[in-house]
Design a protein around this ligand. Sequence first.
Ligand SMILES: [Zn+2]
Length: 69
Amino acid sequence: MNSNPYKRKCCICKKPIEGTGHNPIPVWPTGRCCDKCHTTYVLPARYRLIAIREELEKTEQDDTDKNNQ
Ligand SMILES: [Zn+2]
């Protein structure tokens, strides 16, 4: 482990994190991000991914329906 919990830096903006930070996935694959980057980048990216996944699931269901006919 190379992460010191007392000297965490945001993996996105590189500024020191206050508190425990946040999971930066899907914007960044490892580390922790600060409150600001979590709100600004990570949450919108997750909403977009969820929307994309819902679209893909709809498409899969359409294909299944066609195959059943
Ligand atoms: Zn940040």
